[in-house]
Design a protein around this ligand. Structure first.
Ligand code: AMP
Length: 573
């Protein structure tokens, strides 16, 4: 299979409008997309879906955040034979986290296909249930290469019925040292198959794999024309997906905005965020594709004249929205590509005014941020979550601004009423002022302790990317599917012990950094490493008990993020 990599299709963005229903997807898949709340395909989906539907091999150059999972999952699910209870799809992913996410995404897109089953195969969990799920006829296998090779060594015919192979985050798989495992897997696959490779970068090693194992692949990538972004101050905040609403609430406290448009990806998110903001007293509305045209116009008019200050919208619903009052664009969900980012933030800074653009970035979307910075030629400054002190200062500043003109205003004063109230209540002017302050600030704390009490604790999470997919819970109670394993608390795996490092989130460490360092310097395979838990001031990693001292010796001088790893065995008692 040595053919040249052929045509390159650059994915243009906002100009083209496609609808999911025009892409030839299976009706059950279309119904699931509607249920998940996607309104329109992302650029990478618009290009990839027809190619995969037409049976082409494909190389997709796209990173997390572009919608790449759905770009391959939707057409593949549309093409499998759900009546055959045998493995038909194999997706290879570099890490357990990604394998679980992809499995969950497949499950949500197959929600209307009751006979389709999905199994996630990864290290650190018992092999028995995984094998059983394959034997029971799961059509979709999502696996990390290391563990799949273990299965193949016991049952070489496991993949003999697979017709679709996806290599997801291929560059990451090679970085993690899975090259040899990939070769074993290719050799265990039928030649007659369709292969799709997704990778953020295309180094020579990936091109080599493509030349050897893909047939006349079509090449799809996100075009990244340089874009100009004028007069817009840009900032980003790193946040976990499930902490977004809280982050939005806190940032709005300290941002001085006139009107704001917040962008999210799904209809449900427009409703959830608008509801959370409304509960805090903001004048906000949701705009999504389900909202009737006349209602949409009412919302836009209200934003123009100040009856509303915030609109939370999907890209589709915000098309053509042009309101000069908008001072802030808030990218609550990452746009699919830099062009769409530039398009979104162009909603502010109108009429020669300065604008501000905020962006929430989940750990897995870091790379997308880098692409945006590269394409726009501008840095998007990192900001941190405002703490209670900053929020309190902002509240006091706003209250002061609000009261200043009233204090100066000579006309609208009522000294008779003041005299009447102080007499009636038998109190001083100061007591009365304090009572009135308490009344006007009702529902909002104005002391440090009070503001602290209001804020939910943002616990750093152990997995760096869990809740990122907008997917639904497993539809069938899980059976042997990945989603069930994902919900179970993970006890210490057999033969593993916990080790601790004093590096944590406050040192800018994510699970991926620790994993990379331990794999590279410790010479382990991915499956040798169990669960990684990242806390604020320390992290725990499950490592094999056998040979632990030798391994810790090898890692003695390892540095992560510029700091000494100093991994030690951790005893819980
Ligand atoms: P991915 O690039 O596959 O990691 O996807 C990133 C996120 O985008 C996930 O939360 C998906 O659920 C979401 N997503 C993917 N495609 C769409 C779409 N067409 N509309 C809305 N959200 C999407």
């Amino acid at each position: 299979m040595t053919q040249e990599i052929s045509t390159t299709l650059d994915v243009g963005t906002t100009a083209e409008m496609t609808n999911f229903s025009t892409l030839g997807l299976h009706p059950s898949v279309l119904a699931a997309i509607t249920a998940v709340g996607y309104e329109e395909p992302s650029p990478i989906q618009t290009k990839s879906i027809p190619l995969i539907m037409a049976g082409h091999d494909m190389i997709g150059q796209a990173q997390t955040g572009t919608g790449k999972t759905a770009a391959f999952a939707l057409p593949i699910l549309s093409r499998i034979d759900a009546s055959r209870r045998e493995a038909q799809v194999l997706v290879l992913a570099p890490t357990r986290e990604l394998a679980l996410q992809v499995a969950t995404a497949f499950e949500s897109f197959a929600a209307q296909m009751p006979s389709v089953n999905v199994v996630a195969i990864y290290g650190g969990a018992p092999m028995g249930p995984q094998l059983k799920a394959i034997r029971n006829g799961a059509q979709v296998i999502v696996a990390t290469p290391g563990r799949l090779v273990d299965h193949l060594s016991r049952n070489g015919g496991l993949l003999s019925t697979v017709k679709f192979l996806v290599l997801d985050e291929a560059d990451e798989m090679l970085k993690l040292g899975f090259m040899d495992d990939l070769e074993v897997i290719f050799n265990a696959m039928p030649d007659e198959r369709q292969t799709v490779l997704f990778s953020a970068t295309l180094p020579a090693s990936i091109r080599g794999i493509a030349e050897k194992h893909l047939r006349n692949p079509q090449h799809v990538k996100i075009a990244s024309k340089t874009q100009t972004v004028a007069r817009i101050e840009q900032a980003h905040l790193m946040v976990h997906a499930d902490q977004k609403i809280n982050a939005v609430l806190r940032l709005l406290e300290v941002e001085d905005f006139d009107a704001m448009i917040g962008f999210v990806r799904t209809k449900q998110a427009t409703l959830d965020i608008a509801a959370a903001l409304e509960a805090k007293g903001y004048k906000v509305a949701a705009l999504n594709g389900d909202i009737a045209q006349n209602q949409r116009e009412r919302v836009i008019d209200s934003l123009k004249d100040g009856r509303l200050n915030i609109v939370i919208a999907t890209d589709v619903a915000a098309r053509g929205l042009d309101v000069p009052r908008i001072t802030h664009v808030f990218n609550i969900d990452m746009p699919y590509d830099p062009e769409s980012y530039v398009h979104r933030i162009g909603r502010t800074g109108r009429a020669g005014r300065d604008g501000r653009a905020l962006l929430l970035v989940t750990p897995r979307e870091r790379r997308m941020l880098q692409v945006i910075e590269r394409v726009t030629g501008q840095k998007v400054a990192e900001i941190s979550l405002p703490d209670a002190k900053v929020i309190l200062q902002a509240r006091i500043r706003r209250l002061t601004q609000d009261l200043a003109p009233r204090v100066k205003d000579k006309e609208n004063k009522n000294p008779e009423l003041l005299a009447h109230l102080t007499t009636e209540l038998n109190c001083s002017v100061e007591d009365l002022a304090l009572a009135l302050l308490a009344k006007t600030t009702e529902g909002q704390a104005f002391t440090l302790a009070g503001v602290e009490r209001e804020q939910p604790v943002l616990a750093p999470r152990s997995r760096d990317d869990r809740a990122e997919r907008g997917s639904r819970p497993a539809r069938d109670g899980g059976r042997d599917s990945g989603s069930r394993e994902r919900r179970e608390p993970l006890a210490l795996s057999e033969g593993k012990v916990r080790c601790r490092t004093a590096l944590g989130t406050r040192d800018g460490i994510a699970a991926r950094n620790l994993l990379g360092a331990i794999l590279n310097e410790g010479g382990l395979t991915r499956d040798a490493i169990g669960r990684i838990q990242i806390r604020e001031s320390f992290s725990l990693v499950e490592l094999p008990e056998e040979g632990l001292e030798r391994l810790l010796g090898k890692l003695k001088d390892t540095r992560v993020g510029g700091k000494a790893l100093k991994l030690r065995r951790y005893r819980e008692d």
